[in-house]
Design a protein around this ligand. Structure first.
Ligand SMILES: [Mg+2]
Length: 354
């Protein structure tokens, strides 16, 4: 069953543009994936760039490098397609944009395989290892206590038993604790904002609020030794991994002993095929897979299939949009059962995108 076309589609959004990738086989059946492509202009206080300009290199990589490679190849041989892309991309530098582009195509191939065989993707991964996985609402950066209070209350009303903040001020964790009570798991993500001495001060403040984990505490995020020193100094629980791309990177992260929760981003690492190759590491190091998700669509749904097929999964990130916004791909966040995400209905990834 040959691949006849690969198409990209920008789903524009003021906060969270998505890039969908559709792989079409010769009989017209298609699967859908998505790529991580960057952060919104100005999201880090930087320059305002033209809208969606950061998506264009990803589209060009797919259209000009990967698509010509794959047209006419067998869509059923996902591992072979993955290896074909990796071997070709290796000469450009396999991490970064190329790995994100490969991820989008790979996710679409898995969705397509499920649709072709009329089964959910999880059956192709070996079936369910568990019925559900705990989920937390991942709030975007607000830097505004009133909005954090409002969105925390909205997330609680949806049944979330975990709230993640993307703030720098540890007092915001105290605010969530006051609003949500003693049982709420609070995750605090600074996206590598601090150097070690500041991170130690922040960790100590977070611990007074009973924060569940401190995520990507240190710049650069790959400074595993500094994370290990932070852990040794403060004893705080650390989550990291969304900026690792390779098996080697994850091996080193797990081996250094700094991170308690490992957070691969499936639209960066190479999709489900790459995820499958990481799964044994979670068993080897006895560490939890806590998938990183910041968009609702093929990536989130692929993460659900991966997490539910993995015994060692614990805590799934659910992207949370402020009141008045919806996800550009039209995929809402899944309903929770007792604070857990369960398997979506349907074949493939279970998305109803046509
Ligand atoms: Mg994060």
């Amino acid at each position: 069953m040959k691949i006849s076309d690969i198409q990209t589609e920008i789903k524009e959004h003021p906060l969270l543009t998505q890039l969908f990738v559709r792989v079409i086989q010769e009989d017209g059946l298609s699967g859908i994936g998505e790529c991580w492509w960057g952060i919104s202009p100005g999201a880090e206080g930087g320059k305002q760039l033209p809208a969606n300009s950061q998506v264009l290199p990803m589209i060009s990589t797919i259209d000009n490098i990967l698509k010509p490679l794959l047209i006419g190849e067998d869509a059923r041989q996902i591992e072979a397609r993955f290896q074909q892309m990796v071997h070709y991309a290796y000469r450009y530098g396999i991490e970064g944009i190329l790995s994100c582009a490969i991820s989008g195509i790979d996710l679409a191939l898995w969705d397509l395989a499920g649709k072709r065989l009329q089964v959910p993707v999880i059956e192709l991964l070996g079936g369910q290892a568990k019925e559900g996985v705990k989920a937390y609402a991942s709030l975007p950066p607000f830097r505004d206590s009133e909005r954090i209070r409002q969105e925390t209350e909205r997330a609680m009303a949806c049944g979330f038993q975990g709230i993640k903040l993307h703030e720098h001020n540890p007092d915001m964790a105290g605010l969530v604790r006051d609003v949500a009570g003693p049982e709420m798991a609070i995750m605090f993500d600074v996206n590598g904002h601090f150097k070690l001495p500041e991170a130690i001060d922040v960790a100590e403040a977070l611990m007074t609020h009973g924060v569940f984990w401190f995520e990507e505490p240190i710049w650069p995020m790959r400074d595993h030794d500094a994370m290990a020193r932070l852990k040794e100094e403060t004893g705080i629980t650390i989550a990291a991994g969304e900026n690792e791309f390779s098996q080697e990177g994850f091996y080193q992260l797990m081996q250094c002993g700094a991170a308690d929760y490992i957070m691969p981003e499936i639209t960066k690492i190479g999709g489900l095929t790459a995820g499958k190759k990481l799964t044994p590491l979670f068993e080897l190091f006895n560490l939890p897979l806590s998938p990183h998700s910041f968009r609702s669509g093929p990536a989130l749904y692929a993460n659900i299939h991966w997490a539910l097929s993995t015994e060692n999964s614990d805590w799934l990130e659910i992207p949370w949009l402020p009141e008045g916004y919806s996800f550009p791909g039209g995929v809402s966040i899944p309903e929770l059962r007792d604070g857990q995400v369960t398997l979506p209905d349907g074949i493939g990834l279970g998305l109803s995108i046509t």
